[in-house]
Design a protein around this ligand. Structure first.
Ligand code: NDP
Length: 486
């Protein structure tokens, strides 16, 4: 079916508007390599309009009762559910991800984000501290004002809604910027917010590039709070822009996550889990376990069985329901993946599966950006391929001899986002979890996400935590009110 070419617009003050400079960028469908829509190439003037709209909306929205804010957010969640198929299709076309994944993960998670924070704000408590015989203190948690929300291309609506929902639930107003590579579902969300009755200016979405829009939001003096998810290099720029203005910043950044399989693991479960953690969304999930470590006695069998399973993954047109591996998000990202696979060969790696650009799955996808799941063995732990984030369908497998050794390997990178550990020994599981330097440790599972838990990274994987109570705290300002007793 031929998709209609759409001209995406910014969503400012409750209205869809063209960028003030009138410029648009081509938005390419990764599965075909062809332009299928146009995205505003906005600049500082559009950010100004969005900030002004958010500022104007703040006094009323921040005083709206929690019950009313909750009602609007629940309506947004319901409308996302209603539009599941439309949004899943849009996400699949925009990112190249299998439509089955968008249907089962991305879009349901977006509505869960709104529903979770819509109800969380109905159940908050404020702390009180009694100062013996002298005074009584209570903590007011108030919205911070206009917040800036910047998200990447890999899980577009999932991650943007993970920021928007808590930010506006507690009474802030927002200026959001999706990745210029994947603008479509944010555009559709604007219409859903209109229909749900979200007051004008509470959410503003400015589309465009990182330098022309993202950097302007992060440097804007009236945007005092920034929640950013993206790469570590960009995160550093965001931190540099915000520091002189003492902004409150949350950074969710890259990862090089270890996936550790001990010889006593349930091997069937470890293989099934590792196939997902290695290649879900073509390996383009910040939490993917791109470094697999297997205890020596199990190593050969694991490599053989894991490779056999991965070779059966169905790579195909993302819009086909049976497809398990879709396209890489952009030509640039495809080139990056190829670069690292070539580098792995130079560094002495043995490419046991994949490694070369795959043939297109059908005529429609003739010029698409496809790369097969790729497995590399025989690399030293310290080489670049084992230290730098590739963010594609590439994993390395390395044997280890002892618990102590694998903990050292796991921690010997600049990143610290997540890890998985597969073992049936409960004591070992606790011991290893305690010693791994990552913000999340999964034992005998991967990507099990409870929206109440703190989420974030250590080291260069980020600063701060979001999720549940942490997000409500991040997007509010705690103010102590002290009342003298006498
Ligand atoms: P980028 O860092 O390139 O981009 C993230 C967002 O920042 C995009 O919207 C981008 O705009 C924008 N941006 C670019 N430059 C600037 C700037 N100077 N100031 C402000 N904003 C800017 O990341 P990717 O989009 O390539 O996403 C992949 C990365 O995200 C990976 O490193 C991955 O690990 C990480 N990630 C982390 C997660 C976590 O929770 N820790 C979750 C998901 C991904 P544009 O794209 O339009 O240029």
């Amino acid at each position: 079916m031929q998709e209609e070419t759409v001209q995406i617009q910014n969503f400012i003050d409750g209205h869809f508007v063209r960028p003030t400079n009138g410029r648009y960028l081509d938005n390419i469908e990764p599965a075909t390599g062809k332009t299928y829509s146009q995205v505003p190439d906005s600049d500082a003037a559009d950010v100004e309009l969005a900030v002004a709209a958010a500022e104007k909306a703040f006094p009323l929205w921040s005083r709206t009762t929690a019950a009313e804010r909750s009602r609007v957010l629940l309506r947004i969640a319901d409308l996302i559910d209603r539009d599941l198929e439309k949004l899943a299709r849009a996400e699949s076309i925009d990112t190249g991800k299998p439509i089955s994944l968008a249907r089962s993960l991305d879009i349901p998670r977006a509505s869960s984000n709104f529903r979770f924070f819509a109800t969380a704000i109905l159940h908050t408590e404020n702390e009180a501290h009694v100062t013996d015989g002298v005074a009584f203190n209570y903590t007011l948690r108030q919205p911070r004002g206009v917040v800036g929300l910047i998200s990447p291309w890999n899980l577009p609506l999932y991650l943007l809604s993970w920021k928007i929902a808590p930010a506006i639930a507690v009474g802030n107003t927002a200026v959001a910027k999706p990745s210029e590579l994947t603008p479509m579902t944010a555009y559709l969300l604007g219409a859903i917010c209109q229909e749900a009755g979200l007051p004008n200016g509470v959410l503003n979405i400015v589309q465009g590039t990182g330098p022309n829009v993202g950097a302007v939001i992060t440097a804007h003096p009236k945007v005092g709070t920034i929640s950013f998810t993206g790469g570590t290099v960009t995160g550093r720029k965001v931190a540099e822009a915000g520091a002189p203005l003492f902004k409150k910043i949350s950074l969710e950044l890259g990862g090089k996550n270890p996936n550790i399989i001990f010889a006593d693991a349930d091997l069937d479960a470890a293989i099934a889990g590792s196939v997902r953690s290695s290649f879900a969304n073509q390996g383009q999930v910040c939490l993917c376990g791109s470094r697999v470590f297997v205890e020596r006695p199990l190593y050969d069998e694991f490599v053989r069985r894991f490779t056999a399973r991965v070779s059966q993954l169905e790579q195909g047109d993302p819009l086909e329901s049976a497809t398990e591996q879709g396209a890489i998000v952009s030509k640039m990202q495809l080139e990056k993946v190829k670069f690292y696979v070539d580098l792995a060969r130079e560094e002495g790696g043995d490419v046991v599966l994949g490694g070369f650009r795959s043939a297109p799955p059908n005529e429609r996808c003739r010029d698409g950006y496809f790369f097969p799941p790729t497995i590399i063995t025989g690399l030293p732990v310290s080489c670049r391929v084992n230290r730098e984030e590739i963010f594609g369908p590439v994993v390395t497998i390395t044997p280890f001899e002892s618990e102590e050794e694998v903990i050292r390997y796991a921690n010997d990178v600049d990143y610290g986002l997540s890890s998985s550990v597969w073992t049936q020994n409960l004591s070992r599981a606790h011991r290893v979890a305690e010693q791994i330097h990552t913000g999340t440790v999964w034992i005998n599972c991967w990507l099990v996400r409870d929206l109440r838990v703190p989420f974030g990274g250590m080291k260069q994987s980020g600063v701060g935590r979001e999720g549940g109570e942490e997000a409500l705290r991040f997007f509010t300002e705690p103010k102590n009110v002290c009342i003298a007793k006498a």
